[in-house]
Ligand binder design. Structure first.
Ligand code: NAG
Ligand code: NAG
Length: 419
């Protein structure tokens, strides 16, 4: 009996222990369930905000879904300041001459530039709609939080004006810039590549920056170009993108149409969609033109892609400094160096080749120009260059008749001189 008692005592203790472990597990399970269902709800709410009802949806060969959303239902109009906004269907002024319907119609007919977007292979959006890359649950789950999705981490700005702070964020640049004047826009023709990204949380981009204010808390920035960003898009494709902020990447702004701000009028080009084709080493070179300018009448900042596509505008009220003019323009490349394994990343900038390799190997920006106070495109005066570590990524400027002011830039990242 003694034995039986002992063993009963043992087994009841074991039972209690088992119950305790069980209740511990189920408690933490329940806690986890609540957390994850709350997150699911947040994600769903955000998806509903971003993905507006579509008139038509097109499946792109790269897996994207492009929703054709009625122009008046785009996310921009969720902004309280835009509730009564009268959408402008064209700019009042254009730095390459007054906007001319006939000229545009003609250009549309003879559209010879092969540089289009991949999704065009499977259809086009009807008139009065805009193509919007659909955000999926996975897109948001890759971000560190629902709030962080579509936004840059703070201080990813090239501090060319303040090189002491340049290494602060692990971002590396190879850029060309002008400052010391008032600027009303910028243009460039940018060679398109598909740089290799070592870690999904890194990115590589090539863009122009239109900047106002100081590199502190209140920087105003409009950015446009191409980027490869596995975390943002879920793949390694080269994509057309824009960005804006009016408070140094803190509370305002986002990529593409991922918050209300940019008003799109164009039915053919989707922000964040893949660009195809891209340039090959010693092969065909492809480039895209980007022009951003301030309409002197309404004060909005307009963006044009190629010669044919006026995409839309950032309303002036989004900005403080840029409501007047820009004080600095930058062009070039940026990568995130997260120092995987404690060494420099091997994420490539541009083509992954150094500038001295030249045409067909190195990536370039050509015909870089600024818009002056008379709304004319002009060659930039007093170009500066900036890199944090030229052994990792570098830049070299030049000028000639065809290419105006141009530069080669980029590099492989990690190499014997950049360990
Ligand atoms: C992106 O490229 C990296 C290597 O650079 C590779 O490991 C990864 O699988 C690629 N991702 C996708 C979605 O293709
Ligand atoms: C950035 O850091 C690298 C190495 O860590 C250093 O060689 C370089 O001088 C730094 N650049 C600036 C502008 O501080």
């Amino acid at each position: 009996m003694g034995f039986a008692q002992l063993s009963r005592g043992r087994s009841s203790r074991a039972l209690a222990l088992a119950l305790c472990v069980w209740s511990l597990i189920s408690l933490s399970c329940a806690a986890r369930l609540t957390d994850s269902s709350r997150q699911k709800l947040d994600v769903q709410k955000h998806l509903n905000r971003l993905n507006k009802p579509a008139v038509k949806s097109i499946k792109s060969p790269d897996g994207d879904i492009i929703d054709c959303v009625h122009i008046s239902q785009q996310a921009a109009f969720d902004h309280p300041y835009l509730k009564d906004h009268k959408i402008q269907m064209r700019p009042n002024y254009h730095p390459e001459g007054l906007f001319n319907e006939n000229k545009v119609a003609e250009k549309t007919k003879e559209r010879s530039n092969p540089q289009v977007q991949l999704w065009h292979a499977n259809g086009r959006c009807p008139e009065d709609t805009i193509p919007v890359r659909r955000t999926r649950e996975d897109d948001i789950l890759r971000a560190s939080s629902v709030k962080a999705y579509g936004r840059k981490k703070q201080r990813s700005i090239p501090k060319s004006a303040d090189p002491d702070l340049a290494n602060e964020s692990g971002h590396q640049h190879a850029i060309v810039y002008v400052n010391g004047d008032k600027y009303y826009g910028a243009k460039a023709t940018i060679n398109v590549w598909e740089p290799k990204i070592q870690q999904p949380n890194e990115f590589s981009l090539s863009q122009l920056w239109i900047l106002g204010g100081s590199f502190g808390e209140d920087l105003n920035s409009i950015e446009a170009g191409w980027q490869v960003s596995p975390d943002l898009y879920g793949d390694n494709n080269t994509r057309l993108f824009t960005y804006w902020t009016s408070d140094a990447y803190q509370a305002t702004g986002c990529y593409n149409l991922l918050c209300s701000g940019f008003i799109q009028i164009n039915s053919e080009i989707a922000m964040g969609a893949s660009i195809s084709p891209v340039s090959g080493l010693r092969g065909s070179q492809y480039d895209i033109s980007i022009l951003v300018w301030k309409d002197p009448k309404e004060g909005h900042w307009w963006m044009q892609f190629g010669n044919d596509y006026v995409l839309g505008y950032w309303p002036s009220f989004l900005f403080s400094y840029l409501a007047d003019s820009a004080s600095m323009i930058e062009w070039g490349g940026e990568v995130v160096n997260s120092e995987p394994d404690g060494q420099h990343t091997s994420t490539q900038m541009g083509s992954g080749r150094f500038p001295e390799e030249g045409f067909g190997k190195a990536s370039y920006f050509r015909n870089i120009q600024v818009v002056d106070s008379s709304n004319n495109l002009k060659a930039p005066k007093g170009l500066g260059t900036f890199t944090e570590q030229s052994n990792c990524y570098d830049v070299q400027t030049g000028s000639n008749g065809d290419w105006g002011h141009y530069f080669y830039y980029g590099g492989p990242g990690k190499n014997p001189n950049c360990p």
